[in-house]
Design a protein around this ligand. Sequence first.
Ligand SMILES: [Zn+2]
Length: 359
Amino acid sequence: MARNDPDLHWVQIRHSSYSRIGPLVQAGALQPYLGRLSGFPGAQVWRVDSPLTVQSDHQCSIAGVPLQAALHHQPSHAYCAMVAASPHFTQYAGTGELSRLLRSHDDWDPGGFAHALEATVRQGRVPLPRPVLAVPPTTYLTHWLADRSFVSRLSNGHYMLGLSYTVRYVPPPGLARRSAVGLDLGIDPLTVAHTDTGATRYFRPTSLRHVGQLPRLSADTHSLLRDLIYASGRLDGEGIVAWLNFHAHTVYAERINHMGMSTHWIHSGRDRAIHDHHFSALSQYLFASGVDFRRVAPHHTSTLCAPCFEHQGRVVYGLRAGDRFRCPACGVNLDAHANAAHNVLLRGRMLPPRGRAAA
Ligand SMILES: [Zn+2]
C-alpha cells in the first residue's frame, strides 16, 4: 500500500446476491481490474463502473441492481463517511440507545430490552444522515470515494465488496507518542500491550454474557441484535487504536493467519468484529495516523521467557498453564499474555530497518 493510495475496506457480499454478479459483469457495470489492490486480492477483481449507492447497513445497489452486503462491517471512520455521503441511507432510529443499554448492562432487563428491540424493528428504517451504530473518530477526517469500488471473487468462491476512502489524521491536543509497543492480540483479553518502558496495559472486551438471557427473537430483531453486538466489538477495538495513537510511535503485532472464532452466536458477532479489527482495521488506522506498524513472526511468543531474553540474551522456554507463565530459569511468574506482548516487542525491535527487508 503506497501512502497516497486510497484506503480500501472490504466487506462480505451475502450469498443470496451472488447470482446478480454475473449479469452485472455481462452488462459492463463491473469491469475486469488488473491493478494492484490491498486487502483481499481475490482470484478475480472487477472495478465497479456504474453508480454505486447505499441504502442501508445491509444493502447497496450497482446500476440499480440491489446487492446485500455487510456494509456496517467497516471501521467507524469509513462507515460514517459512507453513510454521510449516502442521501438514501436508512437505518433503525433508536439503536444508539439500545447499544448503550447493551454495553452498560446496568439495570439489565432482558424482557424490556427485547421489547425495545422488537419495537425498533417494527417502526422500520428511516432516513437519518448520521449513523447511530458508530461514532466517527474526530481524529480521522474521512471521505468516501463512491466512484472507486471493487468486487472481488475469492479463491473459495465467495465475493467481497471493496470501498475506497481518503483519510487524513488530525492529531489530538497533547499527543505524546513516546513508546514502542508490542501487542498480544486475542479475543479475551482483546489485546495486551507491553511498552518499552516496561508498562503493561490490558484491553478487555465489554462483556455481553447477559445477552444470553434474552427471550427468543424474530429473525429481523435477531439481525439487529447481531449488528449491535458487532458494533460493540468494533467500539472495543477502536478504544485500543485511540490509546495506541496517543502513546505509541511504533507498534508491533504478531503476523496472524487465523483466529479461533466462537461458535456461540453471541460471541461469534463480537468475534467477527475483533477479527476484522486485528486483521485489517488496526493496521489501516495506524497507517493513516502515521504510527509505524509492523508485524513480527508469531512462533513461540507465548512460551519464550521475555525477561530472560531481554536481560541475559537467553532463549528459555517456560511453562504455560492457562493465563500464567512460569520460567524455570529466572523463576518469574507472569501473566502469559503480558509475556507474549513483551516477546512481540523484543522481536519487533530486532527487525531490520524499513526499506532493507519486507515488513
Ligand atoms: Zn526467565
